[in-house]
Design a protein around this ligand. Structure first.
Ligand code: P6P
Length: 327
């Protein structure tokens, strides 16, 4: 593996053939999405399409388009048996003879499209459990994150970067806009054990439990020895916040709170893939009680609280949360 190698070469040298075909199809589809995102203002794809998704959220035109693009490219790969996403209420069978399933958030942070903030496509790949040749079933998707075959995200920011793992660490490929090819740009992404950034929607602080409030006070306390106060950085796009923290160190928190009793982010196609990547990079991810990857999904769109990022910061946060529980 060497910096500058093409994604296609990496896949050929390191991934099983069928998985490689699936990953290449995702990359091709996300090249199209990257182009659309980067030209959104010129393509009449901004704004909502007057529908709401299964979450009851307003669907952006690009949400719908990116969801269709992913399904088309995955179907063409002939390796993907089925697909679930934020935009589809139920699972979709793409190739009954396929051996993998994909759970995806086609365009995370899509409400940021109009303000040109970083957004992205998140995916997790599993091996199907049902026999080849039949329609996919719930059990093909509702698997713990510990058995994830591959996961990653495409971040459409100041550059388009594919960050992924097939179980041997985390690497990044940057899209060269000159030839529209992904090239290896980030070898062995490792998240620092501690950072100086915390990411949370502070505006919800009155809805948080006391333990979390105490952790946030800890982050904001002046203490030169431990480089505090930390900086609060919150883009409102999970992929942007977690990508920054993955490279620089930090913690991202979307907790359960008085308004959202299970948190906001979806377990299957947001929390699990981002937790898989973070753990592969040496970080931690929990729902406040359990490792995210150990949670047993029971529904396609179930939500989970998430504390994810630098190991030391996640463990410190848990210390504050559980201290309150003991008293
Ligand atoms: P809030 C975007 O809609 C998203 O799903 C994540 O990407 C982001 O981290 C979160 O919601 C922001 O939610 O409630 O802070 O606006």
């Amino acid at each position: 593996m060497r910096k500058g190698m093409k994604f296609e070469e990496f896949v050929t040298e390191n991934a099983e053939v069928e998985l490689g075909k699936l990953l290449l199809s995702l990359a091709e589809g996300c090249k199209v999405i990257s182009h659309m995102v980067n030209n959104a203002g010129l393509l009449d794809v901004l704004g909502a399409n007057d529908t709401t998704n299964v979450q009851g959220e307003e669907v952006q035109k690009l949400d719908d388009l990116t969801n269709k693009i992913l399904m088309d490219y995955l179907k063409a790969s002939e390796t993907c048996a089925g697909y679930v996403s934020e935009e589809n209420e139920h699972q979709v069978t793409l190739n009954a003879n396929g051996i993998f399933t994909v759970a995806a958030d086609p365009l995370d942070g899509s409400s940021n499209i109009e303000v040109a903030a970083p957004i992205g496509t998140i995916f997790a790949v599993n091996e199907r459990l049902s026999p080849k040749g039949v329609e996919v079933e719930d059990r093909d998707f509702l698997q713990k994150g510990t058995v994830t075959k591959a996961a990653g995200y495409f971040i459409y920011g100041s550059s388009t970067i594919l960050v992924m793992s097939i179980g041997y660490g985390v690497i990044g490929f940057t899209l060269n806009t000159a030839d529209n090819e992904f090239y290896l740009s980030h070898l062995n992404i490792t998240i620092p054990a501690k950072g100086k950034t915390y990411s949370i929607n502070q505006g919800n602080v009155e809805k948080f439990d006391d333990g979390l409030k105490n952790f946030l006070t800890h982050c904001a306390t002046i203490d030169k020895e431990t480089s505090r106060p930390y900086s609060l950085r919150y883009i409102g796009s999970m992929i942007g916040d977690i990508h920054r923290n993955l490279l620089k160190g930090g913690i991202f928190i979307y907790p359960a709170n008085k308004g959202e009793t299970k948190g906001k982010l979806r377990l299957l196609y947001e929390c699990i893939p981002m937790s898989y990547i973070t753990e592969q990079a040496g970080g931690e991810a929990t729902d406040g009680n359990q490792r995210i990857l150990e949670l047993q999904p029971t529904g396609y769109h179930e939500r989970s609280a998430i504390f994810i990022g630098s190991k030391n910061m996640v463990q410190t946060a848990m210390g504050f949360l559980h201290a309150m529980v003991k008293q």
